[in-house]
Design a protein around this ligand. Structure first.
Ligand SMILES: *[C@@H]1O[C@H](CO)[C@@H](O)[C@H](O)[C@H]1NC(C)=O
Ligand SMILES: *[C@@H]1O[C@H](CO)[C@@H](O)[C@H](O)[C@H]1NC(C)=O
Ligand SMILES: *[C@@H]1O[C@H](CO)[C@@H](O)[C@H](O)[C@H]1NC(C)=O
Ligand SMILES: CC(=O)N[C@H]1CO[C@H](CO)[C@@H](O)[C@@H]1O
Ligand SMILES: [Ca+2]
Ligand SMILES: [Ca+2]
Length: 308
């Protein structure tokens, strides 16, 4: 009880006024009284843009809506915001299917609105963490369109694999891999006479985590938002980034009884999750963030959600 009371007093003392705006000042202290960085001492407040605040009355929350509520966040003592996806998207998976990683979806606003929000956050001492989704893109992304057409260098941006043929000569997917949402993780496309991999929806083709051009393209996406001035990223479910490179190898049955056919839990996923390549790529992105920390003089942050 006493702890809660003391915490409240400290919080109020940190709120001041600058240029007419409420603003958070000072740093948290650890038990030894040393300064802590913002991610060590503040609550990361998640904003789900769709439901947070609608500025134009169309029934969907948007970026201008968030900007209008920043003083409220300051009053709450919020020093950092994690923004769920606002990227351009056909919204098959509520924005986790991205058709342009460096643009804002029109339902949420424009890059200009984003920049305004970002500046208003900086004015108030609020850090911004973007949700980034590197394991796949939307099938409406130009990369996939060009990949489908076999256009270099996009042809290997996704996981394309030749079919297997059974004893009757019937075309079969390369392996028994399952989508997290159920059913085969492979979908055939006549255009390439090949299957592509999707660990989630067929509208979310998996990127090829071994392709150097693709890794660079995603690094450019991180850099784009760093250059826009964001303070970090949140990367969900990174374990699905890379798979074993032998796409014809079946995953073992889990033996869990009474599951419907095609249910993800029917298989072990040691061939499609937590591959060494995923961690090697993460290390490269860490270096990119370190460089941005050095260049900007303010520490950049990545939160990796990792589920075994
Ligand atoms: C993605 O958005 C950016 C704006 O940041 C724009 O310049 C670019 O042309 C878009 N790319 C595609 C493929 O639409
Ligand atoms: C690729 O994009 C072009 C131009 O937008 C479009 O005409 C074409 O149908 C697309 N192709 C596929 C396979 O989606
Ligand atoms: C994956 O897990 C299965 C079941 O435990 C095991 O038999 C197989 O050897 C594992 N494969 C690899 C590559 O670790
Ligand atoms: C690392 C990564 O991109 N993870 C995403 C994989 O796909 C799911 C489902 O769309 C997202 O929730 C994760 O963020
Ligand atoms: Ca709106
Ligand atoms: Ca993947």
């Amino acid at each position: 009880m006493r702890g809660i009371f003391v915490g409240f007093v400290v919080l109020v003392a940190l709120v001041g006024v600058r240029g007419g705006n409420l603003v958070l000042k000072g740093k948290g202290k650890d038990k030894q009284g040393e300064d802590q960085e913002w991610w060590q001492s503040s609550v990361l407040y998640q904003i789900y843009p769709r439901s947070f605040m609608d500025s134009d009355g169309d029934g969907v929350g948007d970026i201008k809506g968030i900007t209008s509520k920043l003083d409220y966040l300051v009053e709450l003592g919020i020093r950092s915001v994690w923004l769920s996806p606002v990227y351009e998207s056909p919204m098959k998976d509520f924005g986790y299917d991205i058709s342009n990683f460096t643009n804002i979806d029109p339902i949420f606003g424009t890059l200009e609105d984003f920049f305004e929000m970002q500046e208003a956050m900086k004015d108030r001492g609020i850090k911004l963490v973007m949700d980034l989704v590197p394991n796949h893109s939307s099938d409406q992304h130009e990369w996939f369109n060009r990949s489908l057409a076999g256009e270099a260098p996009y042809d290997d941006y996704y996981v394309w694999v030749d079919p297997k043929f059974d004893d009757e000569g019937e075309r079969q997917p390369p392996s028994n891999w399952l989508s997290v949402f159920g059913g085969s993780a492979w979908t055939y496309r006549e255009e390439r006479e090949q299957y592509f991999l999707h660990q989630f929806l067929p509208e979310q083709p998996d990127v090829n985590g071994y392709n150097e051009n693709l890794i660079q393209a995603l690094s450019d996406v991180f850099q784009f938002w760093l250059d826009m001035g964001v303070d970090g990223f949140r990367v969900d479910a990174i374990k699905h980034f890379a798979e074993i490179e032998d796409y014809y190898q079946d995953e073992a049955e889990s033996g869990i009884p009474d599951l419907p056919e095609g249910n993800y839990e029917n298989l072990y996923h040691n061939l499609t999750t937590n591959q060494q390549q995923t961690f090697d790529v993460l290390r490269r992105w860490r270096l990119l963030l370190d460089a941005a920390t050095e260049a900007s003089g303010s520490p950049k942050y990545v939160e990796i959600n990792y589920f075994k």
